[in-house]
Write a protein that binds this ligand. Sequence first.
Ligand code: KIV
Length: 291
Amino acid sequence: MSNPTPATPYGTLPAASPLPARNPVSLPRLNELRERGEKITMLTAYDATFAAVADAAGVECILVGDSLGMVCQGLASTAGVTLETMAYHVESVARGLRRVQGTAWLLGDLPFGAYHESKEQAMRSAAQLVHAGAHMIKLEGGGWTADTVRFLVERGIPVCAHLGLTPQTVHALGGYRVQGRDDQAALTLKRHALELQDAGATMLVLEMVPAALATEITQQLPRCHTIGIGAGKGTAGQVLVMHDMLGVNLGKNPKFVRNFMDGAGSVRDAMANYVRAVKDGAFPEDAVHAW
Ligand code: KIV
């Protein structure tokens, strides 16, 4: 009998069927997870194959982060990533997910300079990522970004905000350091988070924020799901950069990362272990991965 799926070079993306049909992840579905206290899982991916593997491993949200500037392009920071590069990777990931009938919620990161001039510029940039296949766009910063978030949300684009360590402005922050440590900085962070929820942001990445502060912000934001990275276990979900959690960071992993390839037989197993660990509350451990 002939094999119905012929071997092909350069990787194969067979359709996910006859895998059991899964419902696409949507905002109502993410709300449901939150309501029943189930953690939301997110990983970054930058190409069709890894996105398909993450989807098959049960990762609910895939972020095409501008971290691709560092892990794919070899840049020193994310600040040099362009909108065209982001659109190319979002399109590749969206195509990969479509080929496998993937169900993940797809976020595209607006890069530095693509939303800073005006709300109209932000809309044009966001539309480019939506045309490429993103369901939601992400942008960094608080305060001035609230008006931009409202403008995009009113025009039908779901928005994920990003507070704490915002890598696009790492030079202004003085390095990759924990944010919101003193009382004044914590108050500002809380205020920005509330403003972003009021503006309509339905997700908020909290990066390198003390665990207690991230938990407090999470409790104050019923309509905006906090996704932590180096922010402890009290957030509504977790995200990691794929290369970090697969142990292919050629430098030293930050303390908030666990290498999920340890003891895993495959990349898919590693990602599935990540999903399980986040859902079970086994990752992150506040005493190990947080401040
Ligand atoms: O660009 C990215 O990958 C990110 C994550 C670190 C959240 O913003």
